[in-house]
Structures are given as structure tokens and as C-alpha cells.
Design a protein around this ligand. Structure first.
Ligand code: PMP
Length: 340
């Protein structure tokens, strides 16, 4: 297919980076899968590619067709890039509280952006439901096919991680991996990597790292989908069992406060040169907790989902942090250079 020699080639095969501080304080080897190195600079390129490829193979879309998706941004970036390669339009429905950097990237790539107010999934105007309705409306006039990527309930998403992410982790660690931790947006990453790794090693320990405002920690520990609080982390924080999460069960589950995730993300910038988004901070906090659970000498893998540059106006902005009642690191307060 036409995608074979395009940017699709640059998706996946990301390196594992040893996280020094996290490893030192736990006596374990904590490795982060550098998903920010994908062409769309996030873990979601894998899902975008598999979802599009699945629809294309089934003949649901041709060049000139339209891709529609409700997304916090990263999946939209991946889909728009692939859409551009294949001559398809991309229509993205995004909650209006997502970072300006992600929206700008989408516009730059040529996505048609529909910003909608933040309302829960149960509301028909939630970005996911809105995008589903848009597909039905567009389908009446578009002759080359209109697809709804439907990343939450389309298991081509999970399959991307079974076939690529999990296989890579196994190979890169030469099978010496004792645990895997991740937060959940759609659940594609966590459920897919879990499936792929458990197929190879049934003893591997899997942990969910859940931000405030998500209901999964409560679900996997009490059986009740109950959400409390809120988080500044974008792209994660699920309140329902998506199709990608069907049949998934973690061995451990942790609720990670924003302050804990941000402290890790801030230290990584100045001490390890890694400027990552908040969901990566949640993931690393979860990896540290799992390492403590399993004991010294273990190898734990987690996901470095995207870069902090995508959130400079938010989690790296002292005004935003103060407004949210979150601690501001000293170095972030200081203007490093005088104006030119
Ligand atoms: N981190 C970020 C920044 C994301 O955009 C997403 C996806 N929405 C995730 C983590 C979670 O990935 P998944 O959808 O595979 O659960």
C-alpha cells in the first residue's frame, strides 16, 4: 500500500531510555519508551497508523475521503499526518481546554478543527459523541468514504501496541522485563502492551497509573467506576471501560496526584535533559511505585508519551501552575536571559 515507504516507516521502533533518578531511588532499572520520537511526537502515532491502515484495507476510505476523530490532540496529529500522505481530509473534534500548542500543530498540519466545550461522556455534545455525529452528517456527501477513527472503542488501537510496542519492549530488554506501567486515555497502550507481554511471560506485573478525575483506579480496586477530583494531565483520565480495555486487568493500581507527577517531570528537565508531558510524569510515578512493590533489581518499563514542549503554555507556565494551586519549581520562575 501507498503508506509503506512514507512517514509510516518512522512510526515505532523507539528507544528505551534509562531514567536515572527513578532507577537510583528504587534500586531497579526503570526504562522509558521514548514515544515522543514518533513523527507526530507522541505514542498515538501507532494507534493512528493501525486504525487508518485497518480502514483502508477494508475499503472504508480511499484518497479524497475524510478521517474524523474526537481527540485530546495527539491522535489527531498522527491521523492528520497520515491523511496528508494518503490524500484524505482530516476533521478533528477537540475539547477547548486542550493546549494551544496541540491545536496549533493540528492547524499547521491542515486538520479542520472543531473546538467543543468540555462536557462529560454522558453528554451528547462530548467531543467523542460530537465526532460520531459528524461522521454521519459527512457520509451523505462524501463519495470516497468517511471514517470515524473511534480510538476509544476501535481495537485496531490496542492491536498496534500488541504487535509493535510490546514486541519492541520484549526484544529491547531481551525478555528481562518484570513490570510495565501506564496511564490510560483510550487504554490502547496499557491493554495492548499488557496482552503482548503476558503472551510472552505470564508472570510479568502490570500496573495502572491513574490521575485524579479518572475512574479506573476505583474500578480495578473496588469494582465501582467512581471519579473524584481533576488533573492537568492531558490525554489521560478515563471514566469508562472502553472496548480497548475489555478483558484487561492490572496486577496493581495507583492513583497519582498531579504534584507527584509534575515534580518528576520538572526534575527530569534539569537533571536528565528530558522535557516530557504530564502523562509521562504520571507513568514514571507509577513505575517508581511498582518498583518499590516488586523490590530491588527488577526492570520496569513505562511510556514517555509526548514532549513538554506541547504544554509550555500550561504545565511549564508559572501562572497556570499557581492558578491550579500547584507548586512552581524555582528555575521556572526565573527568566533565564534578559530581553535582546
Ligand atoms: N499520554 C498522552 C499525552 C496522550 O495523548 C494519550 C492518548 N490520549 C495517552 C497518554 C494515553 O494513551 P492511550 O490512549 O493509549 O491510553
Amino acid at each position: 500500500m501507498r503508506l509503506a515507504f512514507t512517514l509510516a516507516r518512522a512510526v515505532g521502533n523507539t528507544p528505551l531510555i534509562k531514567l536515572r533518578a527513578a532507577s537510583e531511588i528504587t534500586g531497579c532499572t526503570i526504562l522509558g519508551k521514548a514515544e515522543f520520537m514518533n513523527p507526530g511526537q507522541s505514542v498515538k502515532d501507532r494507534a493512528a497508523l493501525f486504525i487508518f491502515d485497518d480502514a483502508w484495507t477494508k475499503g472504508q476510505i480511499r484518497s479524497g475521503g475524510v478521517i474524523v476523530e474526537g481527540t485530546a490532540g495527539n491522535t489527531g496529529i498522527g491521523l492528520t499526518m497520515i491523511g496528508n500522505v494518503m490524500g484524505c481530509r482530516t476533521v478533528i473534534v477537540i475539547p477547548d481546554n486542550q493546549s494551544i500548542e496541540k491545536k496549533d500543530a493540528l492547524r499547521l498540519l491542515g486538520a479542520e478543527l472543531v473546538e467543543v466545550p468540555v462536557v462529560p461522556y454522558s453528554d451528547p455534545n462530548n467531543y467523542v459523541n460530537y465526532s460520531e455525529r459528524l461522521v454521519a452528517a459527512l457520509a451523505k456527501t462524501e463519495p470516497n468514504g468517511v471514517i470515524w477513527a473511534n480510538q476509544f472503542d476501535n481495537i485496531a488501537n490496542r492491536q498496534a501496541h500488541v504487535e509493535t510496542t510490546a514486541a519492541e519492549i520484549w526484544e529491547q530488554t531481551q525478555g528481562r522485563v518484570h513490570g510495565f506501567v501506564s496511564a490510560v486515555g483510550t487504554g490502547g497502550t496499557l491493554a495492548g502492551v499488557t496482552q503482548g507481554l503476558r503472551e510472552r511471560c505470564k508472570d510479568i506485573k502490570i500496573a495502572l497509573a491513574d490521575p485524579p478525575g479518572a475512574a479506573l483506579h476505583s474500578y480495578y480496586t473496588t469494582g465501582q467506576l467512581k471519579a473524584e477530583g481533576s488533573s492537568i494531565a492531558e490525554g489521560i483520565g478515563q471514566t469508562r471501560i472502553t472496548k480497548n480495555l475489555k478483558g484487561f486487568m492490572p496486577d496493581f493500581s495507583y492513583r497519582i496526584p498531579d504534584a507527584e507527577a509534575l515534580d518528576i517531570a520538572f526534575n527530569l528537565v534539569r537533571e536528565e535533559g528530558l522535557c516530557l508531558g504530564a502523562s509521562s510524569g504520571v507513568n514514571i510515578a507509577g513505575a517508581i511505585r511498582l518498583a518499590r512493590e516488586l523490590g530491588r533489581g527488577k526492570t520496569i518499563v513505562t511510556v514517555l508519551c509526548d514532549l513538554g514542549m506541547r504544554y509550555q503554555s500550561k504545565m511549564f507556565n508559572p501562572h497556570f501552575l499557581r492558578e491550579k494551586g500547584l507548586p512552581v519549581p524555582k528555575w521556572l520562575e526565573q527568566t533565564p536571559l534578559p530581553p535582546p
